[in-house]
Design a protein around this ligand. Structure first.
Ligand SMILES: NC(=O)c1ccc[n+]([C@@H]2O[C@H](COP(=O)([O-])OP(=O)(O)OC[C@H]3O[C@@H](n4cnc5c(N)ncnc54)[C@H](O)[C@@H]3O)[C@@H](O)[C@H]2O)c1
Length: 357
């Protein structure tokens, strides 16, 4: 039997326990061997809850027994940490965003190419059942020619959230505001489902928070390489926060996702689905294209897809990629594409003109 893949977690703050829990739940395939943080108490706390030894970054890099590293440090450190780990012969799963600019991602992409190790960027919402079902619809061409793509991210974060870490709300370490930190999940879904973007025109505001250098409210018009057009809006100032919404309008029908679940899928000649992403809805909307694996995953979870399950699903994919030496579902190139699009949105807002990608 294959030994469990031995992991280290670098950065033991807010998101690290989600990785640690996912690893525990995959204990037949993975184990948490080491944890590391510049604030030793945080590493001690994570180790006491989830196991693993507290070690220095250098010890982790030089220990051949550690095969993979989950990078959970502030965003502006991601690519540097990823490059070091890849060059030390580790597989790397790096939290979103890949880094704070597309250029900053390059050394890690190069390190992955040269080392032959697996590099994956977290975009856990690709693993939500509604997202996978929408991807099935797009692959099938069920909506016909998609001409409208509207993405709305009306979230809210308190002032205390921005004050909780000195890297939050900075260009250097957060890379931007509501779009780079929070909205990137949905930007990645948009690119994954609707394809590359060729031009953006954007406006941004710092509307409702103090002591941040970045935007907390943003809107943009987006032109896709496919010819589709759409609106992209994001916020962390929209009190008290509302679910994310993605709408795809095509010549054969419309598909709307809200809060990671199906809102409506209406396709000519098929039963219209309204409601949550339970298996029947998925099966009907996808015209039966949803596989048995997805249905049994739903049953195993009692149809309760809770916070953390999507991270677990991505970790499972990553472990499989490392063991089978195949590309992961979310690779470094698509991680960089989301960062590049967001960079173009910021450039457009700064220049006050449309920007081509
Ligand atoms: N996928 C998601 O849904 C999700 C959710 C939250 C955060 N994140 C991402 O995870 C990353 C971390 O966010 P967070 O909210 O956990 O931040 P955080 O500030 O709570 O945690 C970051 C940790 O990294 C440590 N650290 C900083 N520099 C380090 C270094 N050089 N070596 C080792 N440790 C170091 C800090 O001491 C801190 O404990 C961010 O990039 C964020 O975008 C992703």
């Amino acid at each position: 039997m294959t030994q469990p893949l031995s992991f280290a977690i670098l950065g033991c703050g807010t998101i690290a326990p989600t990785h640690a829990k996912a690893l525990l739940s995959l204990s037949d395939r993975a184990c948490l061997s080491a944890v590391c943080d510049v604030i030793p108490d945080r590493a001690e706390k994570l180790a006491s809850e989830f196991g693993g030894r507290v070690r220095t970054w250098n010890e982790i890099l030089t220990d051949p027994g550690i095969e993979a590293v989950a990078i959970c440090t502030p965003s502006g450190l991601h690519a540097a940490h990823a490059s070091e780990a890849l060059r030390a012969g580790k597989h790397v799963l790096v939290e979103k965003p890949f880094d704070v600019t597309a250029a900053a991602c390059e050394p890690a992409l190069e390190a992955a190419r040269e080392s032959g190790k697996i590099l994956s960027v977290i975009s856990q919402h690709r693993f939500d059942r509604a997202s996978r079902m929408f991807r099935g619809l797009m692959d099938e061409g069920a909506l016909g020619r998609v001409f409208g793509v509207d993405v709305h991210i009306p979230w809210f974060r308190t002032q205390e959230y921005y004050d909780s870490g000195d890297w939050r709300g900075t260009w250097e370490m957060d890379g931007g505001g509501c779009l780079m930190n929070q909205g990137i999940h949905t930007v990645d879904l948009m690119l994954w489902l609707a394809g590359p973007v060729k031009r953006v025109w954007a406006r941004t505001l710092t509307a409702a928070h103090q002591r941040i250098a970045v935007e907390d409210h943003l809107c943009a018009t987006v032109e896709f390489a496919s010819g589709a057009i759409g609106n992209l809006s994001a916020s962390t100032a929209t009190y008290p926060g509302f679910p994310v919404r993605l709408e795809f309008a095509g010549t054969e029908g419309t598909a709307i996702m809200e809060g990671d679940e199906i809102h409506t899928v209406a396709i000519r000649g098929r039963e219209t689905v309204r409601g949550r992403a339970h298996d029947h809805a998925c099966q009907v909307a996808a015209g039966g294209t949803l596989g048995a694996t997805e249905a049994s995953t739903g049953e195993a979870l009692g149809n309760q897809w809770v916070w953390g399950d999507a991270h677990r699903a991505q970790l499972e994919d990553f472990i499989g990629a490392c063991r089978e030496n195949r590309p992961p579902a979310v690779d470094g190139i698509s991680g960089r594409a989301a960062v590049a699009l967001i960079g173009a949105v910021y450039r457009s807002a700064r220049l006050g003109e449309a920007v081509d990608l």
